[in-house]
Ligand binder design. Structure first.
Ligand code: CMC
Length: 428
């Protein structure tokens, strides 16, 4: 019997089946041959929330949650955070290799020429209420871009796909900055294409009357690092949404709007907003032990802690902590950092958190950086969506180019009522 197989005995029938094991997995469809009768549909695997189901073979991002490892295309996240830029990392995610100097210059130019939005997009945004949540605006406007680029529906044309990838990576920061300006009620600032990716974003966010915005280099660097760290994270909730929606062959703007909607939730990209609200609620270092006890009594979660995949320190959290120090050196110390540091210290020693392998995740410190930049919490998931756009699109392209992928369509175990006759309204 080949070593790379597994033998399954069905105790209901006494039959045995040999199922191949490849890359540490069996194919769920191989279970379908296991039946109790001719008209049996075949054995299904039941996996709510996909705790143990691989939905794709991917060559983009590798995570080893037990060892706290994160790599894009094989490159450790620590090396990329130290040496790369966001646009170079985006190229790596999309194309699979680091660019040569010529390729990087061409890629940077191609992204830069797409940073402007159609003026109608701006008018659309002006129609939102003054207090509209920026993430709701971002999601809507990204979907609306599909109406400006109707040819984007030709998702099976590789050149067309790539054009939309460039457009989205370029335009999402502009939309993001416009949502912020909208919330302040100040004029939207057009892109400054003489600036780099992060510097231009800061200019669109913060420039007021000055003819040329000159961002603080330490802030530009911290933002580039944050963007690199958030660029991809394999098959998380929003990326699965991107792939799942994209598998219907809808245009990438609508698929990405769906992915951004998934990111908005408090258990995903909304977590850094929840972290900051939590830190503000705790308020001071003295109140940290009392808060930890309330979490242990089940009265709420320690936001920014725990991860479905990392059962060790999230490597991104370590790098962000460093970036936080760099930013606070420029913007001034924030007392919330003291609360965060104390929370982390106690939680890392406490049996409740240790036994459940709960460590700080990427969102634990990112909110402190965003707050130091003066951003309201509503902008935090928007800040996450900017770099994640590159990851969503890399994963979307990979999905479309994978001959094994089809429209995503999970099965269910029906547990509802059996057949019954309709009862007229007057007789119920
Ligand atoms: N605080 C307190 N207890 C927790 C926490 C937490 N943050 N996270 C998990 N637990 C407990 C949970 O109560 C459960 O305990 P018990 O076994 O006694 O019932 C155990 O740990 C396992 O939790 P789970 O909910 O089964 O774990 P999960 O893998 O489904 O959840 C998670 C992962 C990230 C949703 C969860 O850890 C969480 O809610 N964390 C807080 C929110 C957060 O920081 N999210 C950001 C995730 S990283 C950014 C991103 O990729 O989106």
């Amino acid at each position: 019997m080949p070593a790379d197989t597994i033998t399954i005995t069905d105790n209901r029938t006494g039959k045995t089946y040999e199922v191949p094991v490849s890359d540490g997995a069996i194919r769920a469809t191989d279970l379908r041959q296991i039946r109790v009768s001719e008209d049996d549909f075949g054995l299904l695997s039941y996996d709510p929330a996909f705790l143990n189901t691989a939905s794709t073979r991917s060559g983009i991002t590798e995570i080893d949650g037990d060892r706290g490892i994160l790599r894009y295309r094989g490159y450790p996240i620590e090396q990329l955070a130290e040496h790369s830029t966001f646009l170079e990392t985006a190229y790596l995610l999309v194309f699979g290799e680091l660019p040569t100097a010529t390729e990087l210059a061409a890629w940077t130019d191609e992204i830069t020429v797409h940073t402007f939005l159609h003026e109608n997009t701006k008018r659309l945004m002006e129609g939102f209420r003054y207090d509209a949540h920026p993430m709701g605006m971002l999601i809507s406007v990204v979907a609306a871009l599909s109406t400006f680029y109707p040819e984007a529906k030709n998702v099976e044309d590789p050149d067309n796909r790539l054009l939309q990838v460039k457009r989205l990576i370029a335009k999402v920061p502009t939309i993001a900055a416009f949502t912020y300006r909208h919330s302040l009620g100040v004029p939207y600032v057009y892109p400054d294409n003489e600036l780099g990716f992060a510097a231009n974003f800061l200019s669109m966010m913060f420039r007021m009357a000055e003819p040329k915005y000159r961002p603080e280099p330490a802030l530009v660097h911290a933002l580039e690092v944050l963007f690199i760290l958030h660029a991809d994270h394999e098959q998380n909730c929003s990326t699965s949404a991107m792939r799942s929606i994209g598998s219907s062959l809808v245009n990438p703007y609508c698929a990405l709007a769906g992915a951004a909607a998934a990111l908005f939730g408090p258990l995903h990209g909304g977590a850094n907003e929840a972290v900051l609200r939590m830190l503000e609620r705790i308020g001071s270092v003295e109140r940290v032990p009392e808060f930890i006890e309330s979490v242990k009594r089940g009265e709420g979660r320690l936001m920014g802690f725990g991860h479905r995949v990392y059962k060790n320190y999230d490597p991104r959290a370590r790098i962000i902590k460093q970036a936080t120090d760099e930013v606070l050196a420029v913007t001034g110390r924030n007392p919330l950092l003291d609360v965060a540091v104390e929370l982390e210290r106690i939680a890392l020693e406490d049996e409740y958190f240790v036994s459940r392998q709960l460590y700080p995740n990427v969102d634990f410190y990112s909110g402190i950086i965003y707050r130091a930049l003066g951003l309201p919490v509503e902008m935090f998931p928007v800040m996450f969506a900017i770099p994640r756009t590159a990851g969503w699109l890399a994963q979307w392209r990979e999905m479309l180019e994978d001959p094994e992928q089809k429209i995503a369509r999970p099965r269910q175990l029906y547990v509802g009522s059996g057949v019954r006759d309709y009862v007229p309204l007057g007789s119920r």
